[in-house]
Write a protein that binds this ligand. Structure first.
Ligand SMILES: Nc1ncnc2c1ncn2[C@@H]1O[C@H](COP(=O)(O)OP(=O)(O)O)[C@@H](O)[C@H]1O
Ligand SMILES: [Mg+2]
Length: 252
């Protein structure tokens, strides 16, 4: 289950003075439960707008988004979101960043701590539970953000360039860890990235978007076994194909 269906999603942002931006134009996609889908495309092609609509943080002008036939109109912890950076509460400890959403749901204190402990362990940060975000590296902060989203047991995890601010080595490690978590938790992941390498390493399917207006240009199935060898011939061939597509998407 957990089928996520996007049907003809369009979104226009009206500007004062009459000018408007069409951020999304008739985007349709059928995403299976537990699928790992990466979105890639030039800046401004509507990737964030699309994730926000799926999160229920923004309402499309036309089209429909459903999760298991349920129309999405408002945010729900079952659709967790992880942003690029600055998404943790700086005044709360690691532990209390993770407990926040659960407390909001009115869950009992003991249960909240148990769940938070479980997810801290999953992302390997048990020893840092009493630290504050400023005491952590960028990679550790993103692990906390992932644990916080997962603590709500989401069916769908929406990730908007979550590793974009990390150095290359940390990024590779977090990609591996995310795949392990994804396999273990059986969650559907929608992952926006600027990086062709990242998309090829992670995705079951890669959605290539083009800008102005934001449309789906192509959907590519990645039929390579995991863990993928980042330097293999197949990976390189696919990277080259994607780079060409992105160059075209930019020129359109
Ligand atoms: N709240 C908003 N108000 C006006 N324009 C917006 C708003 N959000 C996004 N846009 C515009 O919509 C387009 C798509 O933006 P976005 O979804 O952020 O693209 P991406 O994440 O792919 O870089 C851009 O042209 C952007 O300027
Ligand atoms: Mg964006």
């Amino acid at each position: 289950m957990s089928r996520l269906l996007l049907e003809g999603i369009s979104r226009v942002f009206e500007k004062e003075g009459g000018q408007s931006t069409q951020a999304l134009d008739n985007v349709s996609l059928d995403i299976k439960a537990k699928e790992f889908v990466c979105f890639i495309g030039p800046s401004g092609c509507g990737k964030t707008t699309l994730l926000r609509a799926i999160a229920g943080l923004d309402t499309p002008d036309s089209g429909k988004i459903t999760l298991d036939n349920e129309h999405i109109t408002v945010p729900d912890p079952r659709r967790g979101m992880v942003f690029q950076e600055y998404s943790l509460f700086p005044w709360r400890t690691v532990m209390h960043n993770i407990t926040f959403g659960l407390e909001m749901q009115g869950m009992g204190k003991k249960e909240v701590i148990e769940i938070a402990d479980k997810y801290l362990k999953l992302v390997g940060l048990e020893q840092f539970k009493n630290s504050y975000p400023y005491e952590l590296s960028g990679g550790m902060r993103q692990r906390v953000a992932i644990a916080r989203a997962l603590a709500n047991e989401p069916k769908v995890l929406l990730m908007d360039e979550p590793f974009g601010a990390l150095d290359a080595q940390t990024r590779n490690i977090l990609q591996q860890e995310l795949l392990q978590i994804w396999e273990k938790k059986g969650v559907t992941i929608l992952f926006v990235t600027h990086s062709v390498d990242e998309a090829v390493y992670l995705a079951d399917r890669i959605v290539v978007m083009s800008a102005r207006p934001g449309k789906i240009k192509e959907v590519i199935n990645v039929d390579l076994l995991r863990p993928r060898d980042r330097t293999s011939h197949e990976v390189n061939t696919l990277r080259e194909r994607l780079l060409n597509m992105l160059a075209e998407a930019r020129d359109q």
